[in-house]
Design a protein around this ligand. Structure first.
Ligand code: NAP
Length: 246
């Protein structure tokens, strides 16, 4: 079992890498800039007795997905699990005040990057393309159904695209033995909020959330790893909210 996780160096991706290793998966850890964080995750996976490799790639670049999958397979063999997790936010703002370049980068990484990553998976994993079959988990957000007004509607729309992709790709790949599902986290304790709010939004929002706290990365990872596992063998095309009743 070999899982490739985009954005596996920090946050939800890193928690997923650690949990996958504990459940017997070898792990390819993609990152964009933080080589140190990626190396730390690789070390943790190896300490759990699994194999791991850190692979740099900017998923917002047009050729990144093909290069990444080739490198992952060269290092650890055929990919049987794919977590389409890399994603960015940007400074909280009204749409009217956003720079066009920021919106373009959001779509390049969160939508085009995710679609091309699914394309790379779809060219390799299905049994009717000579692959091993397996499971894919796309990472969307509760923002896809909330809209994120006055915060980042561009991000929310990018996650709506991930939901829709899940529905289509689950059907495209079903006969090839590949399940495709989606996890939609609520507000989770990771670094991502510093990029949008400049402060720890998860801690600040916590008391006002239904459970009185934000989610933890490992709580999202549990759902992702379940969807990757054979325990979810008849689950495909699902959009799973892990958002603490938000
Ligand atoms: P995070 O803590 O900011 O970590 C982001 C990860 O993605 C890092 O590993 C980062 O690599 C990588 N990354 C960023 N841009 C990339 C790019 N262009 N190419 C490749 N990798 C890239 O984020 P997170 O909170 O774990 O979020 C993970 C996913 O969950 C995202 O899709 C996000 O939208 C979604 N989500 C998060 C929350 C939340 O509250 N945290 C809620 C809903 C959905 P480096 O370490 O190299 O920078």
């Amino acid at each position: 079992m070999h899982v490739l996780i985009t954005g596996g160096s920090r946050g939800i991706g890193a928690a997923t890498a650690r949990l996958c290793a504990a459940r017997g998966w070898d792990v390819s850890v993609n990152y964009v800039a933080n080589a140190e964080a990626a190396a730390a995750v690789v070390a943790e996976v190896e300490a759990a007795g699994a194999r791991a490799v850190a692979l740099q790639a900017d998923m917002g670049e047009i050729d990144a997905a093909e290069t990444l999958f080739d490198a992952a397979e060269a290092a650890l063999g055929p990919v049987t699990g794919f977590v389409n997790n890399a994603g960015i936010v940007a400074k909280a703002s009204m749409l009217a005040d956003m720079e066009p370049a920021r919106v373009k980068r959001m779509i390049d990484v969160n939508v085009t990057g995710a679609i091309l990553a699914l394309r790379a998976a779809a060219r390799r994993m299905p049994t009717d393309r000579g692959g091993p079959g397996g499971a894919i988990v796309n990472i969307s957000s509760a923002a896809a159904r909330l809209g994120s007004p006055a915060t980042y509607v561009d991000y929310a729309a990018s996650k709506g695209a991930i939901d829709t992709l899940t529905l289509g790709m689950a059907q495209e790949l079903a006969k090839g033995g590949v399940r495709v599902n989606c996890v939609r986290p609520g507000i989770v304790e990771t670094d991502i909020h510093l990029d949008s709010h400049g402060f720890d939004r998860a801690a600040q929002a916590g008391p006002s959330l239904p459970m009185g706290r934000a989610g933890r990365a490992n709580e999202i990872a549990e759902a992702i790893v379940w969807l990757l596992s054979d325990a979810a063998s008849y689950t495909s095309g699902a959009l799973l909210d892990v958002a603490g009743a938000r």
